[in-house]
Design a protein around this ligand. Sequence first.
Ligand SMILES: Nc1ncnc2c1ncn2[C@@H]1O[C@H](COP(=O)(O)OP(=O)(O)OP(=O)(O)O)[C@@H](O)[C@H]1O
Length: 340
Amino acid sequence: MISIEGLSKVFRLKQKNITAVDDMSLTIHDGDIFGVIGYSGAGKSTFIRLLNRLEEPTNGKITIHGEEITAMSKKKLRIARQDIGMIFQHFNLLWSRTVSENIAFPLEIAGVPMEERKKRVSELVDLVGLKGRENAYPAQLSGGQKQRVGIARALANNPKVLLCDEATSALDPETTDSILDLLVDINERLGLTIILITHEMHVIRKICNRVAVMENGKVVEQGEVLDVFLKPNKPVTRKFVEQVMGDPDGDHNQLLEVYSSGLVVRLHFVGESANQALISKISREFQIEVNILQGKITQTKLGAYGTLIVQINGEPNEINNTIGFIKEETSVEVEVLTHA
Ligand SMILES: Nc1ncnc2c1ncn2[C@@H]1O[C@H](COP(=O)(O)OP(=O)(O)OP(=O)(O)O)[C@@H](O)[C@H]1O
């Protein structure tokens, strides 16, 4: 478990002080893929660099698996850092070394003997899917392959925690997805805790189970990814959810003008319920017709999430029974947009 209490970082400049991280407290559980999302300048990079003390905190306490990182001498910290791997937006590879030599680098620093090093490098090359590219130089690799080298290098010393600093921001969407899949695979296979920072909700949606939203150096919202998607409290969080879901309060007035009969409702699906065949079920069991007008369902790590706007036509009594059924018998939330 990783515990962060009252963490702050103030950069003291000539003209002014900048509080990049402002009294952050978080608990991250073993095996979590924990995402920290925020816009540029929110303090994400500073936060993640504080975790392994690439940046020295001004205040606060960081404890990783019972060891207080913030209280360690430089010497102890060097050893503790072997348990904390890190990958970067721009990969930070050694350009004059091959794939294998890059991956071997942290093993050399840790004093691992040559034979053992070779064996470990070969395992890591397999793990990240780079077999056949061992002798290539970084310049000969695609962005996704470079990040795979970064991941293998970060895992070389069997860390317990992996920090990802905007690890997919420099990659195209398809490559991003393949790297995210690799991170999930590593998380599941090795039980590794992953902490990532990003400005893309897609990354959070796809792989994280928990998320914290940062604004002006503070955590303004945190929780299970599905909960945050379903009930974003802060405007900044709503904006991030809109990145993947569109604006839920967007222009449905036009829909209501066009579909002026029956009842128009918005159905919120969350978790398991999105998989229920709700629409076919209500059409079968009630004397109504359902017309899907608009919607978006997306998959998160913990299940599907989304909304559908549907028009229900039929006798008022049947429509009422249908709504009653959805409310009482399912976990889908119903919001009546208008009585036409
Ligand atoms: N070394 C530094 N010296 C002075 N100010 C800094 C330093 N590093 C970061 N800052 C300031 O701290 C604030 C937070 O920056 P940080 O890079 O942590 O944010 P971020 O959310 O990661 O944004 P970005 O994605 O743009 O890097 C910004 O105002 C930034 O200018």
